[in-house]
Design a protein around this ligand. Structure first.
Ligand code: DC
Length: 237
């Protein structure tokens, strides 16, 4: 049972969920949780410890030994392994290539789902984004959003983002990588990527970033008014 107000944002890769969730959280005075970064931290542990991404129990063992921590003192929060800020490393190609396979395992998902629910207990006004937030982790969330965009648009944005960070990228390769990851995320039996029941759909294909954030602020305002959940955000009125 959720005591606070949770806003879930789910959707396929490259829809801009993390940036939109961070901007929404800032506007409405909530905290923000990037659950993809938690799965990426497990993938980074696997790379660093030489654990095969198919080795479910090997992954569980390294998770039980290392503390994956979301540090809410930074804005947006950063993911740490122990004391080490790994927010850059978790975006590496080595991690991106294996993270979907890592995220398919029950032993991995059950640990992170439990961690995410515990975080919502201590951070009760939360915008949380991922693939299963509105379906599995917080099915009772006051506001559930499904963020989508056409695949070509998602690939172009992701490629632009990589180029802006000085990483060579080609739209066609990024499109292939995104489609493969979506297929894998949709097809798994554990916490598959799926539109939550009752979610508000926001298709960002033809929207600017500011328009997306404005739309999300409106969705939160409308939904919390309809359901009687009071977010006390001061930004929804
Ligand atoms: O959003 P992202 O690209 O950082 O997510 C990385 C991977 O983690 C992606 O393949 C899907 C997976 N993921 C997941 O299975 N469940 C979540 N709640 C968040 C991410």
């Amino acid at each position: 049972m959720i005591r606070g107000v949770v806003v879930t944002i789910d959707g396929p890769a490259g829809t801009g969920k993390s940036s939109a969730a961070a901007a929404l959280a800032l506007r409405i005075g909530f905290e923000m949780l990037d659950t993809g970064a938690m799965y990426r931290a497990v993938a980074l542990l696997a790379v660093e410890h030489g654990v095969d991404p198919s080795d479910e129990f090997g992954l569980a063992r390294i998770m039980d030994r290392a503390a994956i921590v979301v540090d809410f003192t930074s804005r947006p929060p950063v993911v740490r392994i122990g004391d080490r800020d790994v927010s850059r490393e978790v975006r590496s190609a080595a991690v991106t290539t294996i993270v979907s396979q890592i995220a398919s395992h029950h032993e991995v998902r059950s640990r992170l789902v439990q961690a995410q629910r515990m975080l919502a207990e201590t951070h009760p006004r939360l915008v949380t984004e991922g693939r299963d937030q509105g379906t599995i982790v917080f099915p009772d969330a006051a506001v559930r959003v499904w963020l989508d965009a056409r695949a070509e648009v998602r690939a172009r944005r992701r490629a632009d983002e990589l180029r802006a960070r000085g990483i060579e990228a080609n739209d066609a390769d990024v499109l292939r990588e995104i489609l493969a990851r979506d297929d894998s995320d949709r097809g798994r039996s554990e916490g598959p990527l799926a539109q939550p029941a009752g979610a508000v759909v926001v298709d960002t294909s033809d929207m600017s970033f500011d328009q997306v954030v404005d739309a999300l602020v409106r969705v939160v305002a409308d939904r919390t008014r309809e359901t009687g959940a009071d977010c006390h955000c001061g930004g929804c009125a």
